[in-house]
Design a protein around this ligand. Sequence first.
Ligand code: NAD
Length: 508
Amino acid sequence: MPPTNTYDDNTARAAGYLSRFSLNPTGHFIAGEWVTEGNQNTFTNLNPATNQPLGEVVAGTPGDMDRACEAAKEAFPAWAAMPGATRKQCLHHFADLIEDRADEIALVESSDCGQAIRFMKQAAIRGAANFRFFADKAPEARNGQSLFQADHTNFTMRSPIGPVGIITPWNTPFMLATWKIAPALAAGCTVVHKPAELSPLSASLLAEISAEAGIPPGVWNTVQGYGETVGRRLCEHPAIKAVALVGETSTGSQILRQGADTIKRVHLELGGKNPVIVFDDADYERALDAVIFMIFSLNGQRCTSSSRLLIQNSIRDRFLNDVRQRVEALVVGPPLDPATEVGPLIHQGHLEKVMHYMRAAVEDGATVAAGGHRRDDLGSGNYVSPTLFIDAHNKMRIAQEEIFGPVLTAIGFDTEEEAIALANDTNFGLAGYIWTGDTGRAMRLAQHIEAGMLWVNSENNRNLPSPFGGMKMSGMGRDGGDYSFDFYMETKNVCIAHDTHSIPVLGH
Ligand code: NAD
């Protein structure tokens, strides 16, 4: 990774990396071949910072998806049979290549999805870390348990489930794709990846790296295009044994329906309306830093963003005043500028959705303490001012619905019981953050808050062996460490008699 660069350096280097995407349509990668030719329909991929085209993308057809699924099916037996130690080497090589191209990946990703370059550099490195972590686990993926009885011994063994579909969203596409695909490959599954149509470019880099890393043809396939066409077909295809989605809750419902006829195993990582609860005995400054970071980093387009601030009334006015000052001081700008903290939203439709909530907040009786408007002064990109709503209550739309933008809704509370009730008063259950100096209270909240992941006095630290996922409408299933292998593998139980038990005798 080159040393920190200026905005101009980044822009020039990004233009170099992006030129290929403007010259030729971004296509599919199926059975080791690029598919860009023929009578393919394309759609235009826009730069969120300017709304100017970055290039054309091939809009896959169900036929393209069928070919990818068949390729994954054909490649499966050999990949599954490869020793884990060999897969480990291959995936480490993959990680090396990501690190070699981290600068390119970060600049392309930042240009494509509008996330600030300061975060996308980390995301590229984290992508490599995902591969290394699961590479090291590949040799033990098949391991099982030994379960004894008086007259029998049971043991379990795992085997890769088969070809799998991975469907990813637009918010941090590179990191999320590696997070899902690395464990699938380590387990011995072959993959068909359907990236989001709004940020397709880094998926294409990943497919390219897969070939460079020596992943055999058909083990990694990428099909570009729309969810309703190629995404749907991926869920319906009989060769695909499991589908992992990261996306909206409504998409999760569709995936369940689409996979029903073929009894697809499904893993859903969906939306959230995550509370950050700050008590008056918390480390004030650290809580303040974390509250700001967890909603305004990544433009608030983050599933684990702490979009609801539950603040104890005894410190509410002082804390919210400090939050407001920090929100007003956030640097909004082009994603490639190293100074930028909040970049443009992914596309115009999403900007309109976020602006809808600015209006809904006022209609429902909340007060806009900071922001609340577009940033037209930054040009034709999808810029919105970081926003703080106060005087809110938990029944308002801004407290119940996922906005997925740099928008924080603050709600006061008095007691621990009230904080728990507010935290749980949502259809979602992905993440929660607890700030208190009282360990007993932290433990009580950890027990009662309905969320798949809780952080106490921290801001979304990730530990790759730990389970990642949500409850309620935030999804089903867990990623991370061995949890990922549970999804991508079948578990078989083998029961062996010690020849000491009596067998019931019939017909004698
Ligand atoms: P989305 O659901 O619109 O799209 C996600 C993916 O699903 C895209 O690739 C899309 O093309 C595909 N898709 C859409 N309809 C489909 C269908 N009928 N069949 C198959 N595939 C289909 O989500 P998005 O707008 O791209 O991403 C934002 C959402 O993702 C937010 O709700 C966010 O919370 C969620 N998200 C969750 C996590 C998590 O770990 N829980 C992480 C990141 C993002």
